[in-house]
Write a protein that binds this ligand. Structure first.
Ligand SMILES: Cc1cc2nc3c(=O)[nH]c(=O)nc-3n(C[C@H](O)[C@H](O)[C@H](O)COP(=O)(O)O)c2cc1C
Length: 216
């Protein structure tokens, strides 16, 4: 296999901005909200896409992207299939890391926290807001299982569509939300000469947020 060139021309300086303690909100949820608003306005493509890392029962890390669907002081909410590896890992070990990377702004946010299943009401309300096709897909697709073919999946969708004909598509019990309840947030802003700004909030005694600067 010919080597792909990942050095030289790909090397870049990061010089979009800076991050100073004085500009940081006292509360990291407010800081995240501010950065999300700035990412949306920039605009960053897919500002709501976050990499979510979980751990298998064997202690092996695994990661995938999910979409952030709600954010408030109680945490970050995303929706998935409870039976796929994400759900299985979280059932066994309810700790997760999640990460936003916004290249257009040279910003990264790392979040660590515990994860809890949201209420059925929250899952129902969000499920009902989805387009009909996505609702049907949640019934049709055994997420992350090996399947025979694309045709098989399309047939599943067709058959689920028929079973819900002229009816509201209800949320399948295996599909719903999780909330990440963070204890650590790190805000990263790329700077020149690899001397990036890194400001980390950690929750002390379960109630006070402490802000600290980390070496890049
Ligand atoms: C941009 C993007 C957004 C995604 N959003 C979600 C999501 O919100 N929920 C979800 O379950 N999977 C989402 N996926 C698919 C997941 O990355 C993954 O394939 C799926 O959740 C199965 O992961 P698992 O086998 O680790 O459980 C998204 C993928 C991409 C690339």
């Amino acid at each position: 296999m010919p080597k792909i060139l990942l050095t030289g021309a790909l090397r870049r300086e990061y010089d979009s901005g800076q991050l100073l303690e004085i500009d940081m909100k006292d509360n990291p949820f407010e800081q995240l909200k501010l950065w999300l608003a700035e990412a949306i306005a920039h605009p960053v493509r897919l500002p709501d896409a976050m990499t979510l890392a979980t751990v298998t029962p064997e202690g092996v890390p695994d990661a995938r992207i999910v979409l952030l669907k709600d954010l408030d002081q109680s945490g970050l909410t995303f929706f998935t299939n409870y039976e796929s590896p994400t759900g299985q890992h979280l059932k066994n070990n309810p700790h997760a890391a999640c990460l936003f990377w916004w290249p257009e702004q040279e910003r990264q946010i790392r979040i660590l926290g515990k994860v809890a299943v949201v209420t059925e009401k929250i899952s129902d309300t969000y499920f009902q807001s989805r387009p009909r096709g996505s609702k049907l897909a949640a019934h049709a697709s055994p997420q992350s299982e090996v399947i025979k073919s694309r045709e098989w999946l399309d047939q599943q969708l067709e058959s689920v569509g028929k079973s819900f004909e002229n009816q509201e598509v209800t949320r399948p019990p295996h599909w719903g939300g999780y909330r990440i309840i963070p204890h650590t947030f790190e805000f990263w802003q790329g700077r020149t000469n690899r001397l990036h700004d890194r400001l980390k909030y950690r929750l002390e005694k379960n109630k006070v947020w402490i802000l600290e600067r980390l070496a890049p």
